[in-house]
Design a protein around this ligand. Structure first.
Ligand code: TYD
Ligand code: MG
Length: 451
């Protein structure tokens, strides 16, 4: 392999000889840029290798204890605390609150006796200290550094040996052995590789902050996500104060777990009961609103799904979705038309999950269909009813997991009725009237008196 400058795909990291509009390796468009490739590595393998010690699975070795920060929402997303020597990537839009979250996390860990280093490549130490003052964290024994040279950072980490080092952000770090600008694919990849390798070798847990691009991916190659143990995304809508920390990959805990925070004047506050928060802004019962009893990670979360349906002046009516998959909306609309006989042709459809949460569970299908029908028929769904269930292409309602947890959470928040698929496995929660329905036609008949 030659070491002359070549071309690299920013999406998958594949090397190319020539520029092309589309990467053959991953199929991404417009992702190839000119850059120096990484060194080709050792030429011949095997000759001078040494034998590594092997152990078998039965070897009894207690797992190292996890460090707990005391911020319950963060600890749960990490899978029950910070695993020593692990590498974590925290991605999010600029300004969403990543630095705030991690400074608070560092202070919490430090105040419980963990040695923490916070290295900022974006702000001067004085600026970080100012933020700490605003957050009321000046007493926490966190050590601050402002540096972008990875060589200096690694030397410092090796001398200090903290239990946790936070690198804010990976895009500002640079290695003098790589001839490319900070933030470029080769720099980000090389810096992440050095830091992750250091973490494993020296037993230091590392949190990397990563900015995301407009497309919502962590800037730099995808390979960074593959290098680390855990990938967390910090998300939220501008104009909403809610922030959601979501595990999208976790070698040490469940993926899809979320932690909910609220951005306040004094930093991020934990939200212990997200259902109450997401439903708190609910207006008086109106057509087009349905409450979905969902599960996020290991926890039940109730959210309001809102639909608006209006005659369209356009040849191709609008389908606008916030917080749900637009493909799923199309499927549900098609099932409503083909199986129940209720068309949405000539109608604009707007669908929204209130509060800025993103719902990915198929169990939300029934609540989505209910919101759509309710908006179209102009009939409100009873305000004390929750809904959940997956809709199959035949129009049948399919039972979903954790029925009991969903019903229990709904009961706790004062809901007294639930619409759910027939044959759902559940215990009988007190005082909850259940409407168990076999298919969407039965549901439509029961709720709206039409089939
Ligand atoms: P920041 O953590 O700097 O975001 P990131 O590191 O992801 O770029 O957060 C910046 C935003 O958070 C900024 O718009 C101000 C807001 N903020 C508060 O509302 N309250 C606070 O106490 C702090 C520190 C920030
Ligand atoms: Mg920041």
């Amino acid at each position: 392999m030659s070491k002359t400058p070549g071309f690299t795909c920013t999406a998958c990291g594949a090397a190319h000889r020539k520029w092309a509009g589309r990467c053959d390796a991953c199929g991404a468009w417009n992702s190839i840029i000119e850059e120096a490739p990484l060194s080709a590595g050792p030429k011949a393998l095997g000759a001078k290798g040494r034998t590594i010690p092997l152990t078998d699975l039965a070897t009894e070795e207690a797992p190292p204890p996890r460090a707990v920060s005391g911020m319950g929402e963060l600890d749960r997303v990490l899978g029950g605390g910070l695993v020593p020597a692990s590498a974590i990537l925290v991605g999010g839009d600029p300004g969403i609150g990543k630095s705030t979250l991690l400074l608070q996390a560092a202070a919490s860990f430090a105040s419980r006796g963990l040695k923490c280093l916070y290295i900022s490549g974006e702000e001067a130490s004085a600026q970080v200290r100012m933020r700490a003052q605003r957050l009321g964290l000046t007493q926490a024994p966190v050590q601050l550094g402002a540096e972008t040279s990875l060589r200096d950072i690694l030397t410092t980490l090796d001398a200090e040996r903290p239990a946790l080092a936070i690198i804010d952000s990976i895009q500002t770090m640079w290695l003098d052995t790589v001839e490319a600008a900070p933030g470029s694919v080769s720099q980000v990849r090389a810096a992440a590789h050095e830091l992750v390798t250091f973490a494993k070798k020296r037993g230091v847990a590392i949190i990397l902050v990563g900015h995301v691009t407009k497309e919502g991916q962590i800037a730099g190659p995808r390979v960074v996500e593959h290098m680390v143990d855990t990938v967390l995304y910090f998300e939220g809508e501008r104009g909403h104060q809610f922030r959601i920390l979501r595990a999208v990959k976790n070698r040490f805990g469940p993926a899809d777990e979320i932690g909910v925070f609220e951005m306040t004047g004094a930093g991020l506050a934990e939200v212990m009961n997200p259902s109450a928060l997401f439903l708190s802004s609910r207006d008086a019962p109106a057509p087009g609103s349905a409450v979905f009893a969902g599960i996020e990670g290991t926890r039940p979360v109730l959210t309001e799904i809102q639909a608006l349906v209006s005659p369209s002046p356009l040849g191709t009516p609008r389908r606008t979705v916030v917080g749900l998959d637009s493909g799923r909306l199309s499927t549900i609309l098609a099932v409503l038309e083909a199986r129940v006989g209720i068309p949405f042709t000539g109608l604009d459809v707007f669908l929204n999950v209130a509060g800025g949460l993103r719902v990915t569970e198929p169990a939300a299908d029934l609540a989505v269909a209910a919101a759509l029908l309710s908006a179209r028929e102009d009939v409100a769904i009873p305000p004390d009813m929750v809904l959940f269930g997956e809709i199959s292409l035949s129009g049948a309602l399919r039972p979903v997991g954790q029925t009991e947890n969903r019903l229990k959470e709904a009961g706790k928040l004062g809901f007294t009725q639930a619409a759910l698929p027939a044959r759902s496995k559940h215990g009988a929660p007190d005082g909850m009237a259940l409407r168990e329905l076999a298919d969407l036609t039965a549901f439509t008949g029961e709720m709206f008196g039409a089939g």
